[in-house]
Design a protein around this ligand. Structure first.
Ligand code: SAM
Length: 216
């Protein structure tokens, strides 16, 4: 997702207290950012932030960090946080960065869970390394997740989903559970919080795939 350039985006997000300005400086210190020792869950490719904001509202005992590459998109999440439903949430922060550099921002064992929702499919084979579920990205996640840490991934794109199942196995991670039809899977659908893309695609009748994988 890349929204048209919004001139005020950079200034607005830089001025917002929930946006971490020099994320590399927080490496190893994220619990101090939140002022508690609660687990840290990260969403990579957060988009407009609906999923993470609702997660933060529903689970006050978890600290959430949303990563998004484009400031014009992150702006939407920042604006939502200032809306009545979410204003005052203390357990959420945003970072504007390319997730390729996630290892420069989080230290070993610093996160308990990573969420990927409706990640860009990069359909051309030569772009496979850019997919957020590629082995290259799993190796980056391995460096920041605690042993036993989880990756949760949802998508309506079955090709990307099958590729991801394969990558998880090849990387030696454990596949905890998966489904090609989330809304009919009693366990995986329990407490499901939807994303902006999920709402769009499920409204069209596309089944939603979901997996939970555990770091080796
Ligand atoms: N997760 C949201 C949802 O489900 O509604 C947004 C999905 S959108 C298709 C994918 C988002 O991931 C885009 O906003 C894009 O900018 C972001 N993204 C893709 N690759 C990224 C990367 N390497 N680092 C950070 N963000 C990335």
């Amino acid at each position: 997702m890349r929204l048209r350039n919004i001139p005020r985006a950079e200034g607005t997000i830089q001025a917002h207290l929930a946006v971490i300005k020099r994320p590399e400086a927080q490496k190893g210190c994220w619990r101090q950012v939140f002022g508690n020792t609660n687990p840290i869950h990260i969403e990579i490719g957060m988009g407009k932030g609906g999923f993470l904001l609702n997660m933060a509202l529903t689970h006050p005992g978890i600290n959430y960090v949303g990563i998004e590459r484009y400031s014009s998109v992150l702006l939407r999440a920042v604006e939502k946080l200032d809306m009545e439903d979410y204003r005052g949430l203390q357990n959420i922060r945003f970072v504007c960065m390319d997730a390729r550099n996630v290892g420069e921002v989080f230290s070993y064992n610093e996160a308990e869970k990573i969420y990927l929702n409706f990640s860009d499919p990069w359909p051309k084979a030569r772009h496979a390394k850019r997919r957020l579920t590629s082995k290259e990205f799993l190796a980056r996640y391995e460096k920041i997740l605690v042993p036993g840490g989880q990756l949760e991934f949802k998508t309506d794109n079955t090709e990307l989903f099958n590729f991801s199942l394969e990558q998880v196995r090849e990387a030696g991670w454990t596949l905890d559970r998966y489904t090609y039809d989330l809304y009919h899977h009693e366990i995986l659908n329990k407490g499901n919080i939807t994303t902006e893309y999920e709402e769009k695609f499920s409204a069209k009748g596309n089944p939603i795939n979901k997996m939970i994988a555990v770091r080796k």
